[in-house]
Design a protein around this ligand. Structure first.
Ligand SMILES: Cc1cc2nc3c(=O)[nH]c(=O)nc-3n(C[C@H](O)[C@H](O)[C@H](O)COP(=O)(O)O)c2cc1C
Length: 349
């Protein structure tokens, strides 16, 4: 593994030397096969209380804070998309996460795009994905959450998206169906209107669509809007007005980008893969968007900062830019649970 995925000046740890290379060899290097293998292992661990306790003792860090009325044991969350169907829920807090966002889930179960649809770009500390909301559907997630035998111990967010079969002009009903099915189980809901992999979805960030969506999802529980990093400042400002008018609890910034800047030369052959880019190439833009949202709303709308956290310093920079909480996906792939612990510790100081 090359420079961008290890901390400058730090000796590589067990994850960097042994675990990541082993995981990256699974399935002949196919990223989705490795992902599925890992999720299955974590689902297995989730059924073993002694293993969970051992992991918790190693990784869980207390850095409590209260945001949009919820108590978080630490501000470092698992971003949406890693555990779309909530298959390994108890494992995430044991690996140090202070909250978990499951999904994105849709009203109808759907297979997502054809494989291959997930690509690692290791020299860039990046991933490209065009998964297309593969998930077992809102009812299946509700059943799985209902069957959990003990509380997670951390807030659970549920990310909602639009089913591919549903036309964009019926999007509100589609989101509402998932929201109703899952309302009892989520501590907060994330409205995903920013995935680049469902045709037309990003148009739901426009004023009229978003207004209708947030009006329909009004309830007692916090609803947050997840935004794309590719929006202009003017478009973000308009979206924030709608969020404030309609009582959204916060904004999640950002989803993956359609841009291809910041890739290492060795990864350029992969740059032409369709889909959203995440990881290191997103670090600076995510920070800009967090900072813009914070300034534009005068801090009135809490922000969950996400995008390109590969080192604890990337995460603290997002918190310094105005994020109340942070999440990671790609950084967890490259750095493992040590990154979660390191960032939670850094956030405590
Ligand atoms: C393979 C993959 C699948 C993702 N799926 C979702 C998803 O279903 N819903 C969502 O809101 N974001 C999804 N994301 C976006 C992440 O939650 C996150 O916003 C983005 O990757 C930037 O963070 P990162 O640089 O830490 O990965 C996905 C990202 C990846 C890499």
């Amino acid at each position: 593994m090359t420079a961008p995925t290890t901390t400058p000046g730090a000796a590589p740890g067990l994850f960097d030397r042994v675990v990541r290379p082993a995981l990256f060899r699974i399935g002949g290097g196919d990223a989705e096969t490795a992902h599925e293998w890992t999720l299955r292992r974590l689902a297995g661990i989730s059924r073993r209380p002694a293993l969970l306790a051992a992991l918790r003792a190693r990784y869980a860090v207390a850095a409590p804070r209260t945001v949009f009325g919820l108590d978080f044991p630490n501000p470092v969350g698992l971003a949406a998309g890693m555990d779309k169907d909530g298959r390994a829920l108890p494992a995430w807090p044991a690996l140090g996460f202070g909250f978990v966002e499951v999904g994105t889930v849709t009203a109808h179960a759907q297979p997502g795009n054809p494989r291959p649809r997930l690509f690692r770009l290791p020299d860039s500390g990046a991933v490209i994905n065009r998964m297309g909301f593969n998930n077992a559907g809102a009812a299946a997630l509700a059943a799985r959450l209902a069957a959990l035998d003990r509380p997670l111990g951390v807030p659970l967010g549920i990310s909602l998206g639009k089913s591919k079969v549903t036309p964009i002009d019926q999007a509100v009903e589609d989101y509402l169906a998932s929201y109703r099915a899952l309302y009892a189980y989520g501590d907060y809901f994330a409205v995903n209107v920013s995935s680049p992999n469902t045709p037309g979805l990003r148009s739901l960030q426009d004023r009229s669509h978003l207004d209708a969506l947030l009006t329909a999802l009004a309830g007692e529980k916090p609803v947050l809007v997840k935004i794309a990093p590719d929006l202009t400042d003017a478009a973000i400002a308009e979206l924030l007005e709608v969020c404030l008018d309609r009582g959204a609890a916060g904004v999640i910034a950002t989803n993956t980008t359609l841009g291809r800047d910041g890739l290492a030369p060795a990864d350029l052959p992969r740059a032409g893969e369709a889909g959203g880019l995440s990881g290191r190439p997103l670090t600076a833009r995510a920070r800009q968007v967090v900072s813009f949202v914070h300034a534009e709303t005068g801090g009135r709308l809490p922000v969950i900062g996400v995008g390109g956290i590969l080192d604890p310093a990337d995460g603290t920079a997002l918190l310094d830019a105005g994020a109340s909480l942070v999440q990671l996906y790609t950084g967890f792939v490259y750095r493992g649970p040590g990154l979660v612990r390191g960032l939670a510790r850094a956030a405590r100081n």
